[in-house]
Ligand binder design. Structure first.
Ligand code: LRH
Ligand code: MN
Ligand code: MN
Length: 422
């Protein structure tokens, strides 16, 4: 991949230098140092979800692509390609039991492809073939104590695997809820969940964090146990200092002001991390920045404004499902778009913004944000990649590499099927 990246970068260098100098001059007129922005772009990192490297599918169908990863080893290979091309995705977030493998082998493979591990994800929203008790009617909040115990045990096992591979966090998302009014006690179901989570929390190593991930609905369509950030905050506050909230951008009703949620959770010291994706209607899991890039920018604007908040330590992760694109390409796009929003938010003229806020000059305050959002920072991203040995144009380099066609030679075709896994 290194040779291809160099060969692909060579003919693009001169144009990049021209674009970079021109942008540098424009930014200098605004009092912004382009080198400082390149340094910020270079320091940016977002984790790739192992499950995003395969074709996810919808509730209706899955149409597998060529050369799909056969298991976690292939997935790590694909994640290595994404990082080699972007220099922005140094870690992978695993999902257990989908990725369950001997930890020593995971470590070995990760080292080989130059990656580390981000938060572990547990899965009690599906039944596994060898599982004694079903999660059909819930997991951590199930009415049956033995089923809740099984779900707790699974989460503890995720921590154990995570510890062996250098992860430092566990993300818990459950599908528990109900489909009919009256089916469950909304209050007692939540108490059962909290009680089970206390057991998971008790198994957390000293240097670990526990993320609770909320989602408005799906698969439970009448009520969901952890349905919004209010419940998630309550959970994090009741469990203790190592418990924090994870915000998946797609897990809200349309038009919800997510950047406000971000600001509130930071205020409470309870924002732990993100699952980035984009959406038009629900938990669409589309590529970041492809539907509403301004919303992504506004989230980053809060993060940059509050970045010096003591103790703020965010786990940035992608969570997406690709149905019609090559997942490697979609993940590359997402990583670059999230990085773009970060850099754009970094060039907001904060002093001017504060002045306009103090004067209640709403028009100019909004214009200040738009000026940053409208700035084409592509040469900054390209320069950060070039200097890190990654690709000026990662998609072009990936296509030139023929990676997927080669993978298709060794990875057997996967049969098409019914509903997807996520
Ligand atoms: C639930 C979710 C959660 C899961 C992932 C596969 O919709 O966002 O993060 O772990 O999808
Ligand atoms: Mn998620
Ligand atoms: Mn989701």
């Amino acid at each position: 991949m290194k040779t291809i990246i160099e060969a692909e970068n060579d003919p693009r260098r001169a144009d990049l230098d021209t674009d970079y100098d021109a942008l540098g001059a424009r930014l200098a007129r605004r009092g912004v140092d382009i080198e400082a922005l390149v340094a910020r772009a270079a320091s940016f990192a977002v984790a790739v979800p192992s499950w995003g490297t395969g074709t996810g599918g919808t509730r209706f169908a899955r149409f597998p692509g060529k050369g799909e990863p056969r298991g976690i080893m292939d997935k790590l290979d694909d994640c290595g390609v994404i990082h080699a091309l972007t220099a922005a995705t140094p870690r992978v977030s695993l999902h257990i039991p989908w990725d369950k493998t001997e930890p020593a082998l995971l470590r070995e493979k990760a080292e080989e492809v130059g990656l580390g591990f981000d938060a572990m994800n547990s899965n009690t929203f599906q039944d596994q073939p060898d599982q004694p008790l079903s999660y059909k009617f819930g997991s951590l909040s199930h009415t049956d104590a033995a089923t809740r115990r099984q779900a707790v045990e699974h989460n503890l096992e995720c921590i154990e695997i995570g510890q062996a591979i250098g992860s430092k966090a566990l993300t818990v998302w459950i599908g528990d809820g109900s489909n009919f009014p009256g089916q469950t006690s909304l209050s007692r179901q939540f108490e059962r969940y909290l009680d089970a989570m206390r057991h998971v929390y008790a198994g957390l190593p000293e240097d670990w964090r526990l993320f609770s991930e909320h989602k408005i609905y799906e698969p439970a369509f009448y009520s969901t146990v952890v349905q919004d950030w209010g419940t998630s905050l309550m959970i994090a506050q009741e469990l203790g200092p190592h418990a924090q909230c994870l915000v998946d951008l797609g897990h809200h009703a349309p038009n919800v002001n997510i950047e406000m949620i971000v600001a509130r959770l930071i205020r409470a010291g309870k924002l732990g991390g993100f699952h980035f994706n984009d959406s038009k209607y629900g938990d669409d899991d589309l590529d970041s920045g492809t539907i509403d890039p301004f919303r992504l920018f506004l989230v980053w604007n809060e993060l940059v404004e509050l970045e010096d908040t003591p103790g703020l330590n965010l786990a940035h992760m992608i969570d997406q499902s690709h149905n019609i694109t090559d997942p490697i390409e979609s993940l590359i796009i997402s990583a670059c778009e999230i990085q773009r929003a970060y850099v754009q938010a970094s060039l907001v003229d904060r002093a001017a913004l504060e002045g306009f806020r103090a004067e209640n000059d709403a028009l100019m305050a909004a214009a200040t944000l738009r000026a940053a959002f409208r700035t084409d920072v592509e040469p900054i991203l390209q320069m950060a990649r070039l200097r890190a040995g990654a690709a000026i144009d990662p998609i072009a380099a990936y296509r030139a590499s023929g990676w997927r066609a080669r993978a298709a030679e060794t990875r057997p075709a996967v049969a098409a099927g019914g509903g997807g896994i996520i």
